[in-house]
Write a protein that binds this ligand. Structure first.
Ligand SMILES: [Zn+2]
Ligand SMILES: [Zn+2]
Length: 187
């Protein structure tokens, strides 16, 4: 794939790491602990990290022969909607990432696909795709406010938690009602 010269990383972007202080000598390491603002769309439709929320990065950058190995954890708040009752879900999420980013023009850069190994732009690493993948993978596809959420009554839309145990909308079939009356008169 031809490199896109327009696609320059912004070193001030919250999920772009600058490795300028990491010596390009295999084994060299640097720890990064910082709190950044979440980018937009960090999640799925029903649940995700709200844009601008504070997410914590605890990462270790390690020089390897062809690039930089980034590993560690990313955590932050998640908000969403219960798939059964539509109540708001407030929770938190921690995901671990481990991703190799190849130096530009390294052998790895020349011989692997972009979707196999990440790429550096100069000293910069764009962590966002890896963080996004990890977060999306960790999120429930059908989020619930609690595991045993009973959901809403399909007839009146009221939460089952707020309804009496014997709540129902059974419409008595007129024919059954007639039979019922008959039975009653026999008593
Ligand atoms: Zn619920
Ligand atoms: Zn009801």
């Amino acid at each position: 794939m031809p490199k896109n010269p327009e696609n320059h990383l912004d070193p001030r972007s919250p999920l772009v790491l600058d490795t300028v202080e990491l010596p390009r000598r295999p084994g060299a390491m640097r720890e990064i602990s910082r709190v950044v603002e979440a980018p937009a769309d960090l999640g799925v439709e029903m649940i995700g990290v709200p844009k601008g929320a504070e997410i914590s990065l605890d990462l270790r950058l390690e020089s390897v022969s062809e690039g930089v190995l980034v590993s560690g954890s990313v955590s932050g708040p998640i908000t969403g909607e219960c798939g059964r009752c539509l109540r708001t879900i407030d929770d938190s999420l921690t995901v671990t990432i481990q991703e190799l980013y190849a130096y530009e023009n390294s052998v790895t850069d020349e011989t692997t696909d972009e979707d196999e190994v990440g790429r550096m732009q100069g000293d910069l690493i764009d962590l966002e795709p890896a963080v996004r993948d990890a977060v999306v993978l960790a999120l429930p596809t059908n989020p619930l406010c609690r595991d045993d959420c009973p959901g809403l009554c399909s007839e009146c839309g009221v939460h089952w938690d707020d309804l009496p145990d014997d709540h129902n909308h059974d419409q008595v079939d007129p024919r059954w009602a007639a039979l019922h009356n008959l039975t009653n008169t026999e008593e």
